[in-house]
Structure formats: C-alpha cells, structure tokens
Write a new protein. Structure first.
Length: 115
C-alpha cells in the first residue's frame, strides 16, 4: 500500500477516508493520516529543537559575556589593590623617613645650643 499520492484522484476510492491533504512547503500531497500526523509531530519537534538550540546559544553567549566582565572586574580590583599597596608602602616609607629627620634635627639643634 502506498502512503502518499501527488493528487487526490490518484488515491484509490476505497482508501480515500484514510488519506488527508498535507502541505509540505509549496507542495500539496495526499498522505495516510498516520504518516501525516507523524510528519506534523516531526516538524513540531524540529521547531522545538531549533528554538531550544537558539536559547542555549543565547544563554551561552550571555554566560561568556558575564565571565569576561567578571575577569575584567577582578583584574581592575587587583590593580586597585596593588596601587593601594604601593601608595600605602610609599606613605609608610615617607612617614618613617620623615620621623627620623625631625628627631635628627632636634639632636643637632640641641647640640648647637649646648656648644
């Protein structure tokens, strides 16, 4: 038994109740009801799959963008911490040297008064 025909006239008289019109793109066929239903489901599943793949791709791209932004944020944070440590270190060095200088001046000043 043939499951699809190009025209309705080609379908045998005694089997016409089992066949339905099925549009496949720009082509109209007459195919067995079960085959037509199976093809409709296959098209729906293919559409669902395509939609799911598109969503997965969008989510993947979004995740990559977020990961990149997080790496950039981490790099900026590390750079700021390093800069802060450099400033803190130079400030400590400045303070430690400036504390020594006034005390050295005081000693020399005292020495000058005593001599």
């Amino acid at each position: 038994m043939q499951l699809q025909y190009d025209t309705q006239d080609a379908v045998p008289e005694d089997l016409r109740e089992s066949f339905v019109e099925f549009k496949d793109g720009d082509k109209t066929l007459f195919m067995h009801k079960d085959l037509a239903e199976t093809k409709k489901e296959a098209y729906r599943f293919k559409g669902d799959l395509t939609h799911a793949q598109k969503l997965a791709q969008e989510k993947s791209e979004r995740l990559q963008a977020l990961e990149l932004a997080e790496k950039e944020r981490q790099a900026d944070l590390e750079a700021k911490e390093l800069e802060s440590k450099k400033k803190t270190g130079s400030m400590r060095k400045f303070l430690s040297t400036s504390r020594l200088k006034p005390s050295a001046k005081k000693k020399s000043f005292k020495l000058n008064w005593t001599s």
